[in-house]
Write a protein that binds this ligand. Structure first.
Ligand code: FAD
Length: 490
């Protein structure tokens, strides 16, 4: 068996979170091994956020052109998928090649190893025949994979996950989408706008079931207007593929057919592959629990989707900054010994400088120079048209927590801009009446994700509602519907 090689830090999984942590620590002068079995950068740049938003940009251009009729004359639109597929291949993913990302990581001072990493006892990571002993810590950033429901027959069919949907070069005539969460709705609307006959099947009684019911209604109406057939309350139980078409069967004899089937029913971390048992951590959990410094166990940090704190790139980046600060703080104390003045070694010196830059004292949520994770104002955006932005708690969540809840809703047309735009949407605010602050907000509209930013500040900083009511909202912006919703709070 190979002798373990001593390094400072091992990062397993170089997706959004892992790549950021590994790169920053390498820049700080630590010896960092980054292990990735697929593509450096992870799901977001190759099969997630970036290519899907390129598709959405193109589909929205079609929709906007179709709005010319009745507003500015007439326009004829002939959709063509070729430029979209080309852009994803050439601009977003380099034909799913991560050479540039690997070079970027190595250029920051990291050492790259291609393969599957696995814990191999305290402080150790095995990748193939190589074993690394981490002097200061191990960071797990292994993300999630699609969670495929155990439907009869499904495993034997050539169904799509988000990966095949993103890589598609030629669109099918018809598509069944299993799952009406954010990813399912975004892709359903894109393909429908390009002329695919799309049917969305959802087991819950509404689309976007984790968001406010009012948002679900607007999103469902928008997709229906694009020609998407939405069937809620459908518990698929069997899938067949006859070599050409898919059939999804539900209880009561309901059947749905399509040329392709896209399964987007959630994502799952695969803890059982990580060797967690070798360090005394249970692997039979849905996600890897972490504390507010992203520590999962002694000497082990986790970052990104794996932690179950929100499957978003912005969560992975936010957590990465905390992991970097905490790990550097840990290194500074280890290197400097009990008198941690921060100048013990070359590495300690570099770390001292970076630690001071990333930490310091002052802001709320920062303790001992290391920021603590706080998800109260976690923002999330579903990039359908209209966009569905949300932050903090929904009304249901706030009531379940026993808060003294007040709710204010205003339709987007209550703002002059919304009326001029003829765009559907709404603002919904959820307040804790006892504290006089917003604890959640939803912003649905043509720029719902952008309007969300002010609401996220309000929830994050607990800005008193009295102050929000007495600030000035620019005329005529979509934001002015927020003022109306504040007035409606009761
Ligand atoms: C279609 C789609 C659209 C999305 N759109 C958005 C969006 O608009 N906005 C947003 O914020 N988020 C979006 N997301 C979510 C976003 O992609 C994820 O939150 C983000 O990629 C999480 O980063 P991560 O580092 O946790 O994991 P990942 O990006 O999944 O990276 C994990 C990496 O670890 C590697 N790995 C796993 N196990 C091992 C192992 N044992 N050894 C070595 N390597 C391993 C994997 O190969 C992978 O590269 C979208 C996701 C999808 C699927």
């Amino acid at each position: 068996m190979a002798e373990p090689e001593l390094v400072d830090v091992v990062v397993v999984g170089l997706g959004v979170g892992g790549e950021e942590v590994a790169g920053k620590l390498a820049e700080a002068g630590l010896s960092v091994v980054g292990i990735e079995r697929d593509l450096v950068g992870g799901e977001c740049p190759y099969w997630g956020c970036i290519p899907s938003k390129m598709m959405i940009r193109a589909a929205n251009a079609l929709a906007e052109a179709r709005r010319v009729d009745g507003l500015a004359g007439t326009a004829q639109v002939r959709p063509d998928w070729a430029p979209v597929a080309r852009r994803i291949r050439e601009e977003a993913t380099d034909t799913w090649d991560d050479r540039a990302a690997v070079d970027r990581f190595v250029g920051r001072g990291g050492r790259f190893v291609r393969g599957s990493g696995r814990l191999d006892g305290p402080g150790r990571v095995r990748v193939g025949e190589q074993v690394f002993q981490a002097r200061h810590g191990i960071v797990l950033g292994t993300g999630t994979r699609p969670s495929i429901p155990p439907l009869d027959g499904l495993a034997d069919t050539p169904y799509w996950t988000n990966r095949q949907a993103i890589e598609v070069e030629e669109l099918p005539a018809s598509l069944l989408v299993l799952g009406a969460g954010a990813i399912g709705l975004e892709l359903a609307q894109v393909f429908a706008r390009f002329g695919v006959a799309v049917t969305v099947l959802e087991a819950s009684d509404r689309v976007l079931a984790v968001e406010e019911p009012e948002a679900s209604e607007v999103a469902a109406a928008a997709l229906r207007a694009d020609g998407v057939e939405i069937r809620t309350g459908v518990r698929a139980e069997r899938v067949d593929h006859d070599g050409g078409r898919f059939t999804v069967r539900a209880p009561g004899g309901a059947e749905f057919t399509g040329d392709r089937l896209l399964v987007v029913t959630g994502r799952r971390a695969h803890l059982d592959e990580l060797g967690l048992d070798t360090v005394g951590v249970a692997a039979d959990q849905r996600y890897l629990p972490v504390d507010d410094r992203l520590r999962a166990a002694a000497g082990i940090w986790a970052v990104g989707d794996l932690t179950g704190e929100g499957a978003f790139t912005h969560v992975a980046m936010y957590q990465a900054a905390i992991v970097v600060a905490d790990l550097l703080d840990h290194v500074r104390h280890t290197e400097a010994g009990p008198d941690a003045s921060g100048t013990a070694s070359a590495v300690g010196g570099a770390v001292g400088a970076l630690g001071a830059a990333s930490g310091g004292t002052g802001p709320a949520g920062v303790s001992g120079g290391v920021p603590r994770a706080d998800y109260r104002a976690l923002p999330r955006v579903t990039f359908t048209d209209p966009e569905v932005g949300a932050v903090g708690l929904t009304e249901r969540q706030a009531r379940d927590r026993g808060l003294n809840v007040q709710v204010g809703v205003s339709p987007l047309e209550s703002s002059t801009r919304g009326w001029i735009h003829r765009g559907d949407g709404l603002i919904k605010l959820v307040a804790d009446a006892d504290r006089g602050v917003l604890v959640g907000a939803t912003s649905v509209g043509p720029a719902g994700g952008e309007v969300l930013s002010g609401l996220a500040v309000a929830v994050h900083a607990a800005v008193p509602i009295s102050q929000l009511r007495h600030m000035i909202y620019a005329y005529p912006t979509f934001h002015r519907a927020v003022e109306e919703a504040l007035r409606a709070l009761r």
